[in-house]
Design a protein around this ligand. Structure first.
Ligand code: CU
Length: 77
């Protein structure tokens, strides 16, 4: 599938990630959001990487993560 021009990839540091269960919880929650097309998590690095269709979607993701008690900080590449 072709990625739209304005899709961006963002890595988020989430200190509350402790195991694969955490990553799966986050994946399940974010997969339900419109504009999120790719989600990958790393337990050892405590990060989630997402493809989002724009800054507004990123804000939505950050809000959702606070809601489910996995507050995130964007990691600059
Ligand atoms: Cu966990």
């Amino acid at each position: 599938m072709q990625r739209p021009e304005d899709t961006m990839q963002q890595t988020l540091k989430i200190n509350n990630i402790g195991c694969n269960g955490c990553v799966n919880t986050i994946k399940n929650e974010l997969a339900g959001l419109t504009g999120v097309t790719f989600i990958q998590g790393s337990v050892p690095e405590k990060t989630i990487t997402v493809d989002v269709d724009g800054p507004a979607t990123l804000q939505t993701i950050m809000g959702k993560l606070v809601e489910i008690e996995y507050p995130a900080e964007p990691v600059t590449a």
